[in-house]
Structures are given as C-alpha cells and as structure tokens.
Design a protein around this ligand. Sequence first.
Ligand SMILES: [Zn+2]
Ligand SMILES: [Zn+2]
Ligand SMILES: [Zn+2]
Length: 142
Amino acid sequence: MSSAEELLRSRGLRVTRPRLAVLDVLAAGGHLEVEEITRQVRERLDSVSTQAVYDVLGALSRAGLSRRIEPAGSPARYEARVGDNHHHVVCRGCGMIADVDCAVGEAPCLEPHSAHGFEVDEAEVTFWGLCPSCQARRTADD
Ligand SMILES: [Zn+2]
Ligand SMILES: [Zn+2]
Ligand SMILES: [Zn+2]
C-alpha cells in the first residue's frame, strides 16, 4: 500500500484513482491552480473532469490533506504542505508564491486586541513584494 493510500485511509477517505492522482501531483510541491492540477492529473489518468478535480480537492482540504490559499487577485491554489501554519510571500509582479515559515509556529500566530468574542484559530498572513527575477527586470528597465 502506498503512503498516499495510507494517508487517505487514515482520514477515513475512500481510496480512488483521482484522489491518488491529485495527491501525487500535490506531493511534488508548490502552489498549483486547479487548471494545472487537472492537466497533470490527466497525464496520469485517461479522463478526469475539472469538476471531479474540484471535488477531490474539496474532500482533501476538508480532511486536512491539502490546503487552499487564495491571495488577492489570484485564482485559488492548492498545496500539500499542511498542518504547520506556514505563511506565503507573493510577488506583485508575476504572482509567484513561496512559503515562509511562521516565526511563532502555531496558529493563530497573531493575537488581535479584540476578537469580538470570536474563538480565533487562524491568522492569515501574506507578505507581498517583488521576487528576485522581477527585481532584476525592474533594474534592467531603469
Ligand atoms: Zn515576480
Ligand atoms: Zn505554502
Ligand atoms: Zn505566523
């Protein structure tokens, strides 16, 4: 049994070929759009609809096996790095996303002065800036 199968079973999810294929795609790392995930899943399985991929990603996210992030102005992206409360740095120039380890480590890493009675379990921190290649392009354009 593969570790992906064990992962699905450990979360009470049925093992299906589309779920295994999506986990396999996400395991390579990065923050992928649904379109890209679907393209790569189709290299592994004959026919999978985009809706089926959305359904799989929904099930994996609810089970805590994938994480969905959606920086402002960008389509939703999915990653397999879960459970470590890491954050993201997003390039304003090209949209590139990289992981940033949380300085605190546990969620929520920021405590609001007042949470209006909410029990806060997450602080979504996104750093924005220019990636190295966009910085180089900016310098070259000057
Ligand atoms: Zn960039
Ligand atoms: Zn990430
Ligand atoms: Zn943090």
